[in-house]
Design a protein around this ligand. Sequence first.
Ligand code: ZN
Length: 274
Amino acid sequence: MARTQAVSLMYHDVVDGLEHQRSGFPSTDAAIYKLEPVEFVEHMKAISLVLRGKPDNALSLNPAERRASFFLTFDDGGVSAYSHVADQLDRLGWVGHFFVSTGYMGQPSFLSGHQIRELVRRGHVVGSHSHTHPLRMASCSPEELRTEWQTSVDIISEIIGARVRVASVPGGYYSRRVAEAASLAGIEVLFNSEPTTTVQRVAGCMVLGRYGIQRQTSPGVAASLAAGQGLSRIRQGVLWNIKKCLKRIGGGHYLAVRKIMIDKMRASHHVREQ
Ligand SMILES: [Zn+2]
């Protein structure tokens, strides 16, 4: 296969920090990934200054094409995808990829079926983010993996009246089995949370990494990631590998350590990146 490269940014909700429960998952852990509306505008503005052309659409990703792609992705299916993000992207004529955990659909802080249809009508891509958003997807049994992807794909396909071909892995817990199961459910492009630009092919599925954006991530860092500038990417890569080692020691242990790390980060406003 030709060596395809892709830079993908992983956003979540865009919501007033004081009311962060209004979009997406309500926990304070989830809040570190949520941007204020003004910050999000600044991020898009900064990216627009460095981007040549427009962000790409994963539905037209061609592995045979030797060029770098850039994708904007939004996880969890929080209602702010409809109330904030899409408006901003539409102003720029940009496409967003919105990944929905279908088990939460229709709850007040999550997208409804009508809103999902509207996003697609406006030219955005809606894909699966599993059905129940398991925190440790890679530890699911084969049957659980199959159900998570297939249920979610079926529900969204029914809503949008087209086959769902794109998905993202919840919680950052990726393994080859996760991609194989996604491929069986018809997924052709799967985003995980590995901070890498290398596109892998697993069981007929293209697997793309992503660079995570947090509340503390500055617009400049988002723009330098989008521009493909190495330093921000390398820093995320180093941190990710530390986390990966902790995950290998033990998933439950990792989640406990992660909570301590997040609490520390919250106590100290000096931390700018994940
Ligand atoms: Zn998620």
